[in-house]
Design a protein around this ligand. Structure first.
Ligand SMILES: C[S@@+](CC[C@H](N)C(=O)[O-])C[C@H]1O[C@@H](n2cnc3c(N)ncnc32)[C@H](O)[C@@H]1O
Length: 257
């Protein structure tokens, strides 16, 4: 069965002109999680031979940039960079191409050279994923999306927690096109948070206005905070309940005198 599965996507890719079976993984990720939307700017880390780039270009139709240690053969409408995603110089080259707007979505299917030693391969994969997360944090627009492949193991949860600190919505996903015996899993992270405000933090604030739904409105560092049961001109201590890229929800703990 595993062999049939492998052959099915391998031959499908050959028939349909994709450079790798991986193209179907990105398509399946997008069907389920909608991480690439039309006209968006997409950066693909660890992109050779280019199956994801082909799929990303079809999904977005906008600017698509691929980076890999290996040279990527040209794909119409796609920019490619030969470089190491762990190096600052590579980040600068990507920034030169995508310009000030930044990236709407950063995707990473990079994999270390496998040694066959499970722990070592897992640790290297986690390291690459942290590098991809660093790149994503520098390139993504507020509210942007991030997808990263990881080989599962002990260090996975710590990585997942770090990703959760930076995105509103985080899920793990294994596309059908992944080989059955593979240890790979994809982390899907949506709505990049750029504020340093975190869930559970407490702040003293003043309610400045009332929103359409009757919540009080306050501001912390330009972030709009919707305060449940808040009333205009109240000075209150609040606890942050939920953080989104451009706003947060908070509950009143007590009045501030
Ligand atoms: C599984 S392949 C990617 C397949 C690709 N998504 C596709 O659809 O064709 C993993 C790639 O990660 C690249 N890679 C590994 N470490 C890298 C690094 N530090 N910087 C850039 N690319 C890297 C490898 O060269 C390899 O081409």
């Amino acid at each position: 069965m595993a062999r049939n599965q492998k052959d099915f996507f391998y031959y499908k890719a050959k028939d349909e002109g994709y450079r790798s079976r991986a193209a179907y993984k990105l398509q399946q990720i997008n069907i389920k999680h909608n991480v690439i939307i039309p006209d968006s700017t997409v950066v693909d880390l660890g992109a050779a031979p280019g199956g994801w780039l082909q799929a990303a270009k079809e999904l977005s139709g906008g600017r698509v940039v691929g980076v890999d240690l290996q040279k990527i053969k040209p794909i119409e409408g796609v920019d490619t960079i030969k470089g190491d995603i762990t190096k600052e110089a590579t980040l600068e080259k990507i920034e030169e191409i995508i310009g000030e707007h930044g990236a709407d979505t950063v995707i990473c299917d990079a994999a270390p050279n496998l040694s066959g030693n499970w722990n070592l391969d897992h640790a290297r994969s986690i390291d690459l994923s942290y590098s991809a997360l660093d790149v994503a944090k520098k390139l993504l627009i507020p509210g942007g999306n991030f997808v990263v492949k990881v080989f599962q193991g002990d260090l996975f949860k710590e990585l997942l927690d770090e990703i959760k600190r930076n995105f509103v919505y985080v899920k793990s996903f294994t596309p059908k096109a992944s080989r059955k015996q593979s240890a790979e899993i994809y982390v899907i992270a949506k709505k990049f948070i750029t504020t340093s405000i975190e869930k559970g933090q407490e702040y003293d604030i003043e309610i400045l206005d009332i929103g359409e739904k009757g919540d009080g409105i306050a501001k912390i560092d330009d972030l709009v905070i919707f305060v449940k049961h808040g009333r205009i001109s109240q000075h209150v201590r609040v606890c942050i309940r939920e953080v989104h890229p451009n706003f947060a929800f908070a509950d009143i703990i007590e009045p501030v005198k």
